[in-house]
Design a protein around this ligand. Sequence first.
Ligand code: GN1
Ligand code: MG
Length: 368
Amino acid sequence: MEDSKLLKEIAPQFAFEGEPETCVPFGSGHINDTYRVACRTDEGEKYYVLQRMNHSVFQNPEALMENISSVTAWLQREIIANGGDEKREALTLVPTKEGNPFYVDQEGEYWRVFLLIENASCYDTVEKAEDFYQSAVAFGRFQRMLADYPAATLHEIIPNFHNTVDRLRRFEAALDADPCGRAADVEKEVQFVLERRELAHYLCDRQADGRLPLRVTHNDTKLNNVMIDDETGKAICVVDLDTVMPGLSANDFGDSIRFGANTAAEDERDLSLVSCSMELYEQYVKGYIEGCADALTPEELDALPMGALLMTYECGMRFLTDYLEGDHYFKIHREGHNLDRARSQFALLADMEKKLPQMREIVEKYRG
Ligand code: GN1
Ligand code: MG
């Protein structure tokens, strides 16, 4: 939608402080469309984040918004109880003028607004090891603050989201159907996935037999989903709560490593640049264990390194599935983008497989 149309038709639905004056694209997510709205108030400009929710990915936006409303309210209470600033350390939903948490337009598109946390930034790549450590503390703290939240009351927004066994089944179905005739070009990548079928079971089996407990998890723990204070350099707030669901701590840990400890971008084409940095991995382990305090069980701590391998395997498989199916899930910005992403994830996994003993030793060092 045109920015001007957004400003005229969508923005006025929300209970902003002041008058919305500008609306510009914002952020780098693959799923929703995000804009920054500036409003003029007596005290100067005030900023908000306006998002159009992707309802083909999120088929039940009402349930999703229920999850976000109750998790953010819980986090705000915890933050206030700890003497923190709840408007800066948690997301704040801005309701519509009618008091609803989202607005549905005439085309059936779902919109929502959050307060923009000012003087803070999200980073797409690790510029400083300290930022990565900070993000680990933030995700660890997130885990700890939600440790007593009744996880079973949350809606499962995307069923089987991090069920790697199910992701493998869906990959094999896409491969069989081959709707775009692309399977023949990706034999090497397909082989890579199929050779590792066993890996898909590692976490699912441990969850099924009760060795790993269900937690409230974020499920998209990339570095760019944490806001870092521009002045202090400290992580302040975990954002993008769309996929908050019951899940496993190893998945949250693993997805952070997949994205942030990679020495290259998620879609890097020069695979010689892709590797899992043990320095960054160590920073994350240290920060995550500190942030969680003792909220994790010994079995959960044992499973963390394998979580990194699993999430990388799963994400690569998801990119490859989307490539085979014609790129309708992840937004692409160039021809073959999902294939590039899959290849770089597989290069990263191959490197992690070599480094697994060292990854385990590092967890031993910090678990206390
Ligand atoms: C998607 O929208 P974004 O970039 O935060 C995806 C994640 C993937 C990620 C890969 C709902 O997240 O699961 O790990 O892309 N989110 C959803 O970059 O599928
Ligand atoms: Mg995101």
